[in-house]
Design a binder for this molecule. Structure first.
Ligand SMILES: [Zn+2]
Length: 105
């Protein structure tokens, strides 16, 4: 592994960590109306909570390159798929997406 990560690499790694945490929560909380998830924006100092229903989360996770973010936390190189009052759905593009696809192999 290289010693110096680009900003985009760091963000992609953080997103993967937050998503893993959220997936564990989804498995563990059982039957609840909304999941108290962590914003997956990948910023190291963001611990915002977003509340989505299990169905909403599953719909996002059906796409490997999509993440749930607090509204307004989108990055310039992420495509905004959906924007709601409570959260935004983004799709990784460019280098971040390449990193993501590497990780999922
Ligand atoms: Zn965030």
């Amino acid at each position: 592994m290289g010693a110096v990560l680009t900003r985009e690499q760091r963000r992609a790694e953080n997103e993967a960590v937050f998503r893993a945490g959220n997936e564990a929560m989804v498995r563990n909380v059982g039957d609840v109306p909304t999941l108290p998830l962590i914003c997956e924006c990948g910023s190291a100092d963001c611990f915002d909570r977003i509340h989505v229903t299990p169905e909403e989360y599953q719909a996002v996770r059906a796409h490997p390159a999509r993440f749930v973010l607090a509204t307004g936390h989108e990055d310039a190189n992420e495509a905004v798929i959906d924007e709601f009052d409570r959260y935004s759905v983004i799709e990784k593009t460019g280098e971040g997406r390449a990193i993501l696809e590497e990780q999922s192999q």
